[in-house]
Design a protein around this ligand. Structure first.
Ligand SMILES: Nc1ncnc2c1ncn2[C@@H]1O[C@H](COP(=O)(O)OP(=O)(O)O)[C@@H](O)[C@H]1O
Ligand SMILES: [Mg+2]
Length: 383
């Protein structure tokens, strides 16, 4: 694969203090690579060396196979898009003029630039008819950041550098822009180097994640491998214990058992509905007098038989639901929950006595044990 950017033994000192140490990094064309690590670990310094805003103390950086120390910095920067947190739009220029600035400097015709600016606003989800003639101060932070991305794309650079571009935004704008970037990159096949300190952001958008600490690369890999095989404690901590890939392999199903709302078989349908309503569950588990499991009644079954005056829990229940026993591995339980439409499964002991239930929500929580946010679908409330 063609290399878009290559660092060979790059070091950077500031005032004699080593900040980036012997960095070797290869970025393939068309990849979105995130540089991630704690504050001060050298991410910004590394990024700025790519467009020569910072010069390395030693080593070589190549862009598309050319040693950049031999390219005029101003020329280089025109070929590389750059988006930072404080986007720095020119306040006295309209949005269209801000986006067209670099192409105009490169001598492109005005009408071509205007057309392109309109297209890019559209790509970024902003109506050109509304926004093109506005000034930056008339835009929200999220909108300004979108314009910043549009501006970086305007000269159609092969490479775009982004330094925590979304970190000052509210969570919703941030999510939206992350989606836009991932989509853009898939469509346009740009090489994007994206600095962040947010692992969720990196995992969401990256083809490759480069984890840095104290000016060194600790691990470079695809998100899946970073999650599954963090190289050391630092990576493990950075990825966070809450990630499910690792948690799932340690978890046992016992921890996912929740209390079940039970009903006796002779109870009528109206009683079942009343019980589901007051206990806020979408299903009931039918047990006999001694607590033995008999079947499952879910809201749909109940509603479907409501017209039948004589229907009871026993007559509408589904007795074919697979039951699970404590000690079962998590993986087959997930498969069963996927295959079974009720969203929950009864857990029974060796004598078929009901111990509780596992739900999609309770299993998901199990995989994010340190309180990772799991938004339970209301329809999966514990039973
Ligand atoms: N121009 C500079 N002069 C001196 N020290 C600097 C300069 N730029 C960055 N540093 C230092 O280099 C280290 C790495 O900075 P930076 O690359 O901005 O980290 P990050 O982006 O990962 O937070 C920090 O300790 C910072 O203080
Ligand atoms: Mg930084």
């Amino acid at each position: 694969m063609a290399k878009a950017i290559e660092f060979i033994s790059v070091c950077k000192d500031f005032n004699g203090k080593g900040i980036v140490h012997d960095l070797n990094l290869s970025i393939e064309k068309g990849n979105l690579v995130t540089l991630i690590g704690p504050s001060g670990c050298g991410k910004t310094t590394t990024l700025k060396m790519i467009n020569r805003l910072i010069e390395p103390t030693s080593g070589t950086i190549s862009v598309h196979g050319v040693d950049i120390s031999r390219i005029d910095p101003v020329e280089l920067r025109r070929e590389i898009g750059y988006v930072i947190q404080q986007i720095g739009l020119f306040p006295h220029l309209t949005i269209e003029e801000n986006i067209s600035l670099v192409p105009r400097m490169k001598g492109q015709r005005k009408d071509v630039c205007v057309k392109r600016a309109y297209e890019l606003l559209d790509v970024m989800g902003m109506d050109p008819a509304v926004f093109a003639s506005r000034y930056p101060k008339e835009l929200s932070g999220g909108q300004q950041q979108r314009v910043g991305v549009a501006r970086a794309l305007a000269a159609d650079p092969e490479i775009i550098l982004m330094d925590e571009p979304f970190s000052a935004l509210d969570p919703i704008s941030r999510e939206q822009l992350q989606d836009e970037i991932a989509k853009l990159q898939a469509e346009l096949q740009k090489t994007i180097v994206f600095v962040t300190h947010d692992m969720d952001e990196a995992l969401k958008i990256a083809d490759q994640i480069v984890l840095m600490q104290h000016g060194k690369i600790i691990q470079q890999d695809v998100p899946e491998q970073i999650l599954r095989h963090p190289k050391n404690d630092f990576v493990r901590q950075f990825v966070g214990e809450k990630r499910f890939a690792q948690a799932a392999t340690r978890a046992t199903i016992e921890d996912a058992i929740v209390q079940a709302v039970t009903v006796r078989p002779h109870r009528g349908i109206a009683e079942c509905i009343q019980l589901m309503r007051t206990r806020r569950v979408n299903g009931l588990i039918v047990t006999d007098r001694s607590g033995r499991y008999l079947g499952v009644v879910d809201a749909m079954r109940v509603l479907g038989s409501f017209a039948d005056e004589g229907a009871t829990a026993a007559t509408v229940m589904d007795a074919s639901v697979p039951v699970i026993q404590p000690g079962t591995d998590v993986a087959p339980v997930i498969a069963l929950l996927q295959a079974d439409g009720h969203g929950f499964l009864p857990v029974v002991d060796g004598e078929e006595r009901l111990l509780g239930a596992v739900t999609r929500g309770s299993v998901l929580k199990l995989m994010t044990p340190t309180g990772g946010e799991v938004h339970e679908d209301a329809a999966m409330a514990s039973v």
